[in-house]
Design a protein around this ligand. Structure first.
Ligand code: HEM
Length: 190
């Protein structure tokens, strides 16, 4: 996993669970510290041992924590890549182009980064379908990133996982839908 993600792990634990939780986690023999250097990659095992340690200490499932971390890291990912994201895009536009524009450029410009190959299709104006089949099998992290991107743009997105690698499927399918807009105070809808 890349250092730009690893760096945020410490910030996430510290801001959501406190310094003590981070110290406790890092002093656990089985938790490997994750590299602080944002421009370098570090072994996936370090990321996973950190998450497993967090799961034991915080008494939450690894999946739940991956989703929470995805929500947290989304803003940093967007802000680190603003040159790739036109100001006119909505959250759903960013998600639609997450691979064709964003992950593709991240892969090209940073040889150490290996974001997953996801397939994003705009099925309707208000919906994107994502196919995810990374060998890391962390669709929960992807779900969190999606919700976090929505929050960053002030848009509520609903994410439904219709099939999942954790249930024996060869890939995960995520359906991301813009939540129905409620009529504003000046709506003329009868
Ligand atoms: C602004 C949008 C996004 C940016 C800038 C971004 C960038 C990145 C970067 C830099 C990584 C780390 C790669 C590495 O560790 O080598 C990553 C990983 C990942 N991204 Fe994205 N991403 C974005 C949107 C998304 C979306 C919408 C999804 C939805 C599924 C997603 C799913 C993932 C997953 C699951 C990983 C973990 C690695 C894996 O599963 O193999 N990303 N992304």
């Amino acid at each position: 996993m890349h250092g730009c993600v690893g760096y945020e792990l410490y910030e996430w634990i510290r801001s959501q669970y406190g310094d003590l939780a981070l110290l406790q986690l890092l002093s656990t023999a089985s938790t490997k510290p994750v590299g602080f250097v944002t421009m370098m990659a570090y072994p996936d095992e370090d990321f996973f041992s950190f998450m497993d340690g967090a799961s034991r200490i915080l008494k939450k499932t690894r999946g739940r924590l991956l989703e929470e971390f995805g929500m947290f890291v989304a803003a940093a990912l967007v802000e680190a890549h603003t040159e790739l994201i036109p100001a006119s895009w909505s959250a759903l536009d960013v998600i639609e182009h997450a691979d064709s524009t964003i992950h593709t450029v991240v892969r090209r410009e940073n040889k150490d980064a290996s974001p997953p190959y996801i397939r994003c299709t705009r099925t309707t104006a208000g919906e994107v379908k994502i196919i995810y089949d990374s060998p890391r099998k962390i669709c929960e992290f992807g779900k969190g990133i999606i919700i976090g991107i929505g929050r960053y743009y002030g848009e509520r997105l609903d994410v439904r996982e219709t099939i999942c690698m954790h249930h024996g499927h060869p890939q995960c399918e995520l359906i991301v839908a813009a939540a129905a807009m409620s009529p504003g105070p000046f709506s003329h809808t009868p």
